[in-house]
Design a protein around this ligand. Structure first.
Ligand SMILES: [Ca+2]
Length: 225
């Protein structure tokens, strides 16, 4: 028996209340643009082309790193494609993103559809990051993280939040603050694991019964991504 009451059953389909608006201006080279509506996973897999309406910046980022033109990119190439300017992603976060967005039936890596879905999802997280960085420190502290997750429908208990944020403590004595990379990682872990849990708790009671096998299968990909 595993128990978890951290999510708000009233809000079982979390999405930001204000998704990032498409940028009608000409793309600048300094910042990535996220022009697709938010998705968790791409709506279709297995296509070797981008969904209609994909922002040219997204296509350009993909093609720049897909040097062998295979139509798929690996984790290092994904890191290069996403890490531009202000936004660098650790390999750990990249692996987690690969796990969450990769088409399970495709061993080759991330294709255009998944890349476009991932890109728009990151735009969504970027908007959340900026909205909840209330003191404009450029980072998210534990209170800001709590509020950000709550806005998405995840009422993470303080004790759990403490465990989560302590993973990012650099032991300098300063209070822990998350950069965008770590914020995305935290958010993906909470969202991903909550959704896995909900599959075992379809009536949103906050409790689920699951086998040892199911428990490990649920957790391990998030630990060793
Ligand atoms: Ca802040």
């Amino acid at each position: 028996m595993a128990s978890f009451s951290g999510y708000n059953p009233q809000s079982h389909s979390p999405s930001p209340s204000a998704p990032p608006m498409p940028n009608p201006q000409a793309p600048s080279s300094s910042q990535p643009h996220y022009s697709q509506p938010p998705h968790w996973h791409g709506s279709s897999y297995g296509h070797s082309s981008f969904p209609p309406g994909t922002h040219p910046d997204v296509i350009r980022s993909f093609q720049m790193v897909d040097r062998d033109r295979s139509g798929y990119i690996d984790e290092i190439e994904l890191q290069q494609a996403l890490s531009s300017g202000y936004q660098r992603f650790s390999l750990r976060t990249i692996r987690l993103l690969m796990f969450l967005f990769k088409n399970p039936s495709s061993p080759l890596g991330i294709g255009p559809n998944e890349f476009a879905a991932l890109w728009s999802c990151l735009g969504q997280w970027r908007a959340i990051f900026e909205r909840f960085d209330r003191d404009r420190s450029g980072k998210i502290d534990s209170m800001e993280l709590k509020d950000a997750l709550y806005s998405l429908g995840y009422a993470v208990p303080p004790s759990v939040l403490q465990v989560l944020i302590s993973k990012y403590d650099d032991r300098s004595g300063r209070r822990v603050e998350l950069n965008f990379d770590s914020f995305v990682e935290c958010g993906m872990i909470v969202k991903g694991l909550t959704e896995k849990f909900k599959e075992k708790d379809p009536r949103y009671t906050g409790s689920a019964t699951l086998t040892y096998d199911a428990f490990l299968s649920m957790i391990i990909p998030f630990l060793v991504a």
